[in-house]
Each structure stands twice: as C-alpha cells, then as structure tokens.
Ligand binder design. Structure first.
Ligand code: NAD
Length: 444
C-alpha cells in the first residue's frame, strides 16, 4: 500500500485517484474547486462516468479515499504526488501551463519529505524539466528530496475506469530510472506492458499517440467526402482497409470529426511546439483543417435539400456531448455545428441524455428538449451528432409524423439508410455516396 495524492479531480484525476484507492492504496484527491470537493464528500459525482459513483462509495467506506481542498492535508504523507490538472489551449494553440505551475508551486511549498512528483496532465515536451526547476527554485536552500516522472494518461471518457484498470501500456518517463520504477510498482497488479523512457520521450509519446489517432479520423473523413461524390461507401471501404493487419479497423469510422477535451488541444499544442522549433507541421495542419471542414458538411447537406437559406429553419440536434457515455461537451462537433447553423439564422432544438446541464450554460440560445420526440416536433431536419445507444432504435414512424420536413443527416452512420428512405425520409449519411446518386441506384 502506498500513500498517494492526486491533484485535480477532473476526468483524469478523479478516475486515477479512485482507481489507485481501489487497488489498495491510501489516496487523497485534491482540487481547488470547493464545489467539486463538497459534492464528492457527499458522494455526488461532479462528472458523468459510468461506474464511478460505486467505486467512490466503496473506497470511501473502506477508509482509503479522501477528498480535500487543503494541500497540506493531502500531501502530508504522500510518497507520490500526481498532477492531473487541466492543460487547456492558450491563445496561440500552446498548452496553458498555469494550473501545472500552481500545483507544482504548492507541492514545493508544502512537502517536507521525499516525494515523487508524477505528471499525468498532457504537457509540452520539456515540462518535466520545468517542473523540477520550479521546485528547486522555490525551495532554494531548503532542499527537497524529489524526482519528477512523466506518466501520460491514455484513458477515454465514457470507459475511463475500465481503461485505467486495463491499459494497453503504462508509459513512465524520468531522468531517474529508480523513480520511474517506483511508480511502476503502483501499476504492477494491472499486468500491462510498462515502458520506461526519459522524460521528454514520455511526454512526446502522449502527443504523438493523440495526433496519430486524430490523423486516422481525418484521413477516413477525407476518404468519406470523396466517396460521397464518387458513389462509393466509406463504411465498406473502412472494413476492406481494416482487414489488412498493417492498417487495422479502429479509428476508421467516418463522421463529423474528432472533438473532446484532448485531440483538438493536443494536436494544436504539438503543431505549436513544432513551429516554435522551426519545424513545419504540414500533416498536423491538414488534419486540423479537414476536421474543421467536416462540421461544415452538415450545412452543405442541409442546403442541398432545404435551399440556400436556412434562416428560420428548425433544426433538431440529437446528441451534444463529444461522444457517447460522457457529459463532456468540450469541442464537441455538435457545438460547432450548432454555431454554424445559428450563424445561418436557423433555430435549434436539441436533446442529449447526459449533457443538458452543461448545454444550458454553453448553448443558451437553443431549446433543450426532454426526449428525441419533443426535439423532432416541427423540425425541418434532424442531425445526429452523437451516437448514444438510445438513438439506435428510435420510433422513426413517429418522428416522420412529428417533423415538418422529413430530412435526416446521420452524422455517425448509425441508421439503416434503406429503411429510412423507404419510409419517405431524405437521408444523408457520411461517405455513403450521398451526392452521386448511388443510394438511389442501389436502394431503388
Ligand atoms: P478537467 O478540466 O476535467 O479537470 C481538471 C481539474 O483540475 C479541475 O477540477 C480543476 O479545478 C483542477 N485544478 C486546476 N488547477 C488546480 C490546482 N492548482 N490544484 C488543484 N486542482 C486544480 O481536466 P481533465 O479532462 O481531467 O484533464 C486533465 C489532464 O489530463 C489534461 O492535461 C488532459 O489533457 C489530460 N488527459 C485528459 C483525458 C480526458 O479524457 N479527459 C485523457 C488523457 C489525458
């Protein structure tokens, strides 16, 4: 059993803390957000993540998990201080490190015993060295026995607990191998491959991984748009490509582009780092451009069927979170699409199973509905933005009757186009040969 402090109780920090407690450690989760900590102390989850509340309750009851806003309390016996605070995009696309700096300074201020500072936040290459510098400078003569380890996180929101407990790999980077090996012991029971590297390499592995996944999505979206015009079906193209073992099938689902709290800011930050060091990130730039344009495809389809002016058209949006099983709307395709449509003068009514609370703050101009059918009422078109399970089996006959004009833009290729067309809907998928008359030829 180890004593651990996790700084930041967002998607990563909270899941990390709770899972380490579940593995038998004593864990203090700390946040500067009092409301968040108050909620956690009452077993109310500040984020939606399947299974999280149960595991929190179990570990609090077992006396292994604590929530606090007080650094001295959280770090009192900590052998490991994990930093898991946000690193959002700054003005030029760089990662904003103010929260990492604050957390680091607090560690330097409060700790008076040997500690390993483990950075879980996604941070620019070189940040580990900077963290060490901040601590040494802040302590001056009052030297602290500490090491810095980079331990990038790869969990996905929506399956965060299972991802944490069953990682494909654990990456640990440090200039002091012994420190990385100590952190490795925390993960030993997970039986995952552990890769120990230097600090900067570990930091780069995180950025390169996210940039590569974003590249795959932008690649298949570009192929999808070509399919649309040429009359091929990108779903079968992806299957055909994916059977090649060198390629694989994952991250080849065409859609409305990537979003969320990580890919957009991480690709931007990597490109920014490259430019800063006189390298031209041409591929990363194209990956971001394709992603931005992918949102505009929705407007392109809608114009084809509703005419050039979308002013006063009522558009229903199904799904607001950036992907299913989360309430996180950061850089969600739905949000950008809504802004594009609002700029065209369209009226938006939307439904999401979990993100309504966040949407109320972020999208004050839209009508939030209690179910998909209220959302369909009087709509000129309906756009599927997030593929929540509950959207798979909708009562489309009812939806057909409720809509003013039966137009569907299936931004996730979730529905059966042939059936819906037969029912009388005008249907657009992604890369299904929408603009080449293919659907008409194939489905009669
Ligand atoms: P988040 O925004 O959900 O949570 C960050 C938390 O840190 C907030 O609760 C905030 O109040 C707290 N915080 C800020 N400054 C603090 C301080 N000085 N002391 C204590 N708490 C402080 O962020 P997140 O999504 O959990 O991401 C955290 C980091 O992990 C980011 O660098 C992100 O890129 C990375 N990451 C995120 C994911 C993901 O799926 N969300 C996956 C892998 C890596």
């Amino acid at each position: 059993m180890s004593d651990i402090c996790v700084i930041g109780t967002g998607y990563v920090g909270l899941v990390t803390g709770v899972c380490f407690a579940d593995l038998g450690n004593r864990v203090y989760c700390l946040d500067i957000n009092k409301e968040r900590i108050n909620k956690l102390q009452q077993n109310v989850m500040p984020i939606y993540e399947p299974g999280l509340d149960e595991i929190v309750e179990r570990n609090v009851k077992a006396g292994r998990l604590f929530f606090t806003t007080i650094y001295s309390e959280a770090l009192k016996n900590a052998e490991f201080a994990f930093i898991a605070v946000g690193t959002p995009s700054g003005v030029d696309g760089e990662a904003d490190l103010q929260y990492v700096r604050n957390a680091t300074e607090k560690i330097a201020e409060v700790v008076d015993h040997a500690v390993i500072v483990v950075n879980k936040s996604t941070v620019p290459v070189g940040t580990g060295d900077w963290v060490a510098e901040i601590i040494s400078k802040k302590r001056g003569e009052r030297k602290l026995d500490f090491s810095v380890v980079s331990n990038p996180e790869f969990l996905r929101e929506g399956s965060a607990i299972s991802d944490f407990m069953n990682p494909d790999r654990v990456v640990l980077g440090s200039l002091e191998k012994a420190a990385a090996e100590k952190v490795a012991t925390l993960y030993a029971s997970l039986r995952a491959p552990i890769l120990i590297t230097d600090l900067r390499t570990a930091e780069m592995i995180k950025y390169a991984s996210n940039a590569f996944l974003a590249t795959r999505i932008s690649f298949i979206n570009e192929i999808a748009n070509i399919c649309d015009e040429l009359g091929a079906d990108v779903r079968e193209v992806a299957d055909g490509m994916g059977l090649d073992k060198r390629i694989g099938r994952s991250f080849l689902d065409a859609g409305l582009g990537w979003g969320g709290s990580c890919f957009p800011k991480d690709v931007k930050a990597l490109a920014h780092m490259a430019v800063l060091h006189n390298t031209q990130p041409q591929l990363l730039q194209a990956v971001m451009d394709i992603n931005r344009n992918q949102r505009r495809r929705v407007v392109y389809h809608l114009r084809k069927v509703l005419g050039n002016s979308l002013s006063d058209k009522v558009i229903g949006i199904l799904g607001l979170s950036f992907k299913p099983n989360t309430d996180d709307m950061r850089e969600a395709p739905a949000v950008e699409i809504i802004h594009l449509l609002e700029n065209e003068g369209a009226k938006i009514q939307a439904y999401d199973p979990q993100a309504s609370e966040n949407a109320r703050k972020e999208l004050p101009g839209i009508i939030l509905c209690d179910d998909p059918y209220k959302m369909a009422e009087g709509a000129d078109a309906l756009v599927l933005a997030t593929e929540w399970n509950e959207f798979k089996q909708l009562d489309f006959e009812r939806i057909y009757r409720l809509m003013r004009t039966p137009v569907l833009v299936d931004g996730r290729n979730l529905w059966d186009s042939a059936r819906l067309r037969k029912m009388g809907f005008t249907y657009f998928g992604v890369g299904q040969g929408n603009h080449a008359g293919r659907a008409a030829n194939k489905e009669g």
